[in-house]
Design a protein around this ligand. Sequence first.
Ligand SMILES: [Mg+2]
Length: 153
Amino acid sequence: MRRILHVDMDAFFAAIELKRHPELAGKPLVIGGAGDPHSRGVVSTASYEARRYGIHSAMPLRTAHRLCPQAVFLPVDFREYERVAQIVKGILARHSPVVEDAGIDEAYLDVSESALSAEEIARAIKRDIAAATGLTCSIGVGPNKLLAKIASD
Ligand SMILES: [Mg+2]
């Protein structure tokens, strides 16, 4: 049977910003556009604290600001997110020869040929990503991409 892992970084942009701005920990954090909640633009990522106010990706920044005026709004820094994503993708490539990119913060790995169990590989990936970036990820295991993605969600 095939064994597919779906690796998805947790609140990726928000988690990176929290690494750089530890003083924002615990605050609702919204990353989107140029970081101005009164300008046009949409939410790229909302931290878990911000999601509790109903803020979610693709929502206009103005709407997010109305739902949670005290949220901290930050601009999107794609260069930094891309830099961290490259580190993550490099780690994934060490754990499987078959990695399929599914966006800046997620990928599918085919680990069917590995002698290790999918759970062992998933644990090792989480450990390596945490050690290299300080970030966490969710990993789903399944016999195909769809079920692996459902499991990681
Ligand atoms: Mg993600």
